[in-house]
Design a protein around this ligand. Structure first.
Ligand code: BEZ
Length: 238
């Protein structure tokens, strides 16, 4: 490749990868990511810019629901390519002035990373130049207690995230781990879960003959019940 066409290519992290490590300055002090979150789930999410309306609505909801995520064993870490003083001023404005959908006096207690160099945003593929070369898209990385990326969701600048869905993804990932199952479309705690596929013709036959405690729509598509209480008991802190 000659100099004129040379570009810096950063591989984007993918599901199953170890979350790339970095240190950063945040509104709650310096962090070492993901190492200092070992043993917890963590959601790392980016937003395009401070003092913008969609981001403000998102931050208010995430802050209002932080305790719910905490009870599910999950910490939150935000990021934008703004500087620390902008972050501090924006979070103070949210707390002191913004009254939105019945939420007011909302204090954002989780760390918000300053990333004016865009180093972290680039490391995580949050800068998507066709959307914006100067702002991070709305990325969400679900990282497990071993520091492995388990799910990634990207939204464009104009689209605020659905926090019920982010919570559902977290609970579904934890449920899959706790019970060695998969979760079907639109799954919610209490809905039937999907058991691993039959590994042999004999097991497939047994399942179709109703010899296992499950419902089979066909030999490759079998579900079983797990009560909402059992799911929540396994994935939510007491
Ligand atoms: C917003 O958060 O409102 C926003 C940020 C960047 C581009 C468009 C909207």
């Amino acid at each position: 490749m000659d100099n004129a066409t040379e570009t810096t290519v950063t591989a984007m992290p993918r599901i199953g990868d170890k979350a790339p490590s970095f240190t950063a300055v945040t509104t709650q002090g310096d962090i070492r990511f993901p190492e200092q979150y070992a043993g917890d789930w963590v959601i790392l999410f980016s937003h395009p810019a401070d003092f913008t309306p969609v981001c403000t609505s998102e931050f208010m909801i995430f802050a209002a629901r932080e305790e719910q995520f905490e009870k599910a064993g999950c910490k939150l870490v935000g990021l934008s390519v703004d500087g620390l003083y902008s972050h501090i001023a924006w979070l103070r404005t949210i707390k002191e002035k913004i009254d939105y959908k019945g939420m007011k006096n909302i204090e954002v207690k989780f760390p918000l990373i300053e990333d004016i160099t865009m180093n972290v945003a680039r490391l995580y593929g949050m800068i998507q130049p066709q959307e914006s070369a100067t702002k991070a898209v709305r990325a969400v990385f679900f990282i497990d207690p071993k520091g492995i990326i388990r799910a990634i969701i990207y939204y464009p600048l104009s689209l605020g995230r659905n926090f019920d869905e982010l919570y559902r993804v977290l609970i579904a990932l934890k449920t899959a781990d706790a019970f060695s199952v998969a979760t079907p479309a639109d799954w919610q705690p209490g809905d039937d879960v999907i058991v691993p596929p039959a590994g042999s013709c004999g097991v497939a036959q047994d399942r179709m003959e109703g010899k296992e405690d499950m419902t089979c729509h066909d030999w490759f598509f079998c579900t079983k019940k797990i009560d909402a209480d059992a799911v929540l008991g396994a994935v939510i802190k007491k």
